[in-house]
Every structure is written in structure tokens, then in C-alpha cells.
Design a protein around this ligand. Structure first.
Ligand code: SF4
Length: 105
């Protein structure tokens, strides 16, 4: 499956039509609910222990962390490196495989 940049529209960045942050069962903040995909290791940088909600004094510590800033930078400046899950939902990427699974039919 080819990533077609003309289809790229990261909804978490492109407000107001966008998606908003959420959190998962492990206590991490996520850029959107579509990121909660344990089969997609490309979100692992955002799922480190020091980024758990219980380990920070405020949400800004997470959103302004190096890991989150790098994630947003990739979405905006280097989207071909964005996670496949992002391409599925925000790049019309049906057909991408993650860990050998045909998740996107
Ligand atoms: S799937 Fe990725 S690009 Fe789309 S809203 Fe969620 S984090 Fe942003």
C-alpha cells in the first residue's frame, strides 16, 4: 500500500474538524482514540512510564514532552514516517498491514 501524501489530513492537528486527546487503560494520554492499537508499535514512544498521567504534575508535561513534540513534528513535517494507524485513519490508508495482520479492510 502506497502512502499518498495528497490524502494526508491529520485530524489531531487540523482543528477544528479534528480529533482530541484521550487516555488508555494503562494510564497514558494519547493524541486520539485511534492510537490505542496495541498491535502498532509506532506509538510506543508515547507509552513510556514517565509519560503516564500518574507520573506527571500536569497534562502539559506530557503534551510538551520531547516524545509528543516529535510525534507532532512527524505528523506535520514528515508524515511519510507517521504510524500506519495514522495513515489508516487520516490518510485513507485502508489496506495497511501491521504485524502481518490485515487490519484495514
Ligand atoms: S490517527 Fe494519528 S494523525 Fe490521525 S488523529 Fe489520530 S494521532 Fe492524529
Amino acid at each position: 500500500m502506497k502512502k499518498d501524501i495528497s490524502n494526508w489530513y491529520p485530524l489531531c492537528v487540523e482543528k477544528p474538524r479534528g480529533k482530541f486527546v484521550g487516555h488508555n487503560a494503562t494510564g497514558h494520554l494519547l493524541p486520539c482514540c485511534w492510537c490505542e492499537n496495541k498491535d502498532d508499535p509506532e506509538f510506543d514512544p508515547l507509552l513510556q512510564d514517565h509519560l503516564k498521567i500518574e507520573n506527571v504534575d500536569g497534562i502539559d508535561e506530557i503534551i510538551l514532552s520531547n516524545e509528543w513534540l516529535e510525534f507532532v513534528r512527524i505528523l506535520v513535517e514528515d508524515p511519510l514516517k507517521a504510524p500506519k494507524s495514522c495513515w489508516k485513519y487520516c490518510g485513507k490508508g485502508k489496506g495497511f498491514k501491521i504485524k502481518g495482520q490485515e487490519l484495514y479492510k
